[in-house]
Design a protein around this ligand. Structure first.
Ligand code: SAH
Length: 252
């Protein structure tokens, strides 16, 4: 059995209870060493074999899995944040399917949630934005043209950009060309939930300069949209005294 496990985005105690148990039971752990907190490996049992996938190809990762499976072992494939975002899990799962090997997926705290926590921010403020666009600038992995930053920017929703910190000049030009005014509030969150976490507030028009001045080149998320300001919103109807819900009648 192979368990894909979300490690969470930084702090080791952000892994789920289930994920921690799976780590403790695993005979083999393959972890994404570039971003997974190595402290998580303290949960492993004695004799567990550990592989760092940062130095491995897909084929090498699969060979470790196939070998473990042939020997009746349990493997944890530990991915940063939640495996469903930019995790390259599908290609692993397809290869396991082709061999009839069983697997499951244990979610984790994605960095877009860790970044919101670092900013003490609600992405979905009534009257400000009710949507979160999760995307990235095209890099070596292309982005379909219909999903360009420019195309999404016209909605002026809250946007969270992964994998884009090295491309901020282009990113900010695309955001502005698409429709965000240059003075739209923005934030850069570096290493959310790690001990050296940093949060920087700027505007869409100053993203590149802000990152440059603070020497931030990787492991950061860019958050843009009026919601970053965290003001000018309407209070929620859910907790409004005049609003009835399934659990609470309206007060007169
Ligand atoms: N599956 C992961 C994302 C992997 S892609 C998740 O759910 O978070 C890797 C990118 O995620 C990085 O380039 C960076 O943009 C972002 N990232 C990962 N961890 C981060 C963290 N702790 N703080 C800020 N950004 C992070």
């Amino acid at each position: 059995m192979i368990h894909f496990v979300g490690a969470g985005c930084g702090a080791a105690d952000l892994i789920t209870v289930r994920g921690q148990r799976l780590l403790a039971e695993a005979d083999v752990i393959i972890y994404a060493g570039s971003l997974v907190n190595p402290d998580l490996l303290t949960y492993k049992k004695d004799g567990c074999a550990v592989y760092n996938s940062a130095t491995m190809t897909l084929e090498e990762v699969l060979d470790v899995m196939f070998d473990a499976e042939a020997n009746g072992k349990t493997t944890v494939r530990l991915h940063t944040g939640d495996p469903c975002l930019y995790g390259a899990i599908r290609e692993q799962m397809d290869a396991l399917d082709a061999r009839g090997i069983a697997y499951d997926d244990c979610p984790g705290v994605s960095s877009f949630c860790g970044a919101a926590a670092a900013l003490k921010m609600e992405y979905t403020l009534p009257d400000v934005s009710q949507s979160v666009v999760i995307t990235r600038m095209a890099g070596r992995t292309p982005v379909p043209e219909r999903e360009s930053i420019r195309a999404f920017a016209q909605h002026r929703a809250t946007m969270v950009l992964f994998l884009s910190t090295g491309l901020l000049e282009q990113t900010q030009s695309e955001l502005i060309a698409g429709g965000y005014p240059a003075d739209t509030p923005a934030a850069i969150v570096y290493k959310a939930t790690w001990p050296d976490e940093r949060t920087l507030l700027c505007t869409v028009g100053t993203l590149a300069r802000c990152a440059e001045e603070n020497a931030i080149r990787k492991t950061a998320l860019i958050i843009v949209g009026d919601a970053v300001k965290q003001s000018g919103y309407a209070r929620s109807m859910l907790y409004h005294p005049t609003f009835s819900t399934e659990f609470r009648p309206a007060k007169e």
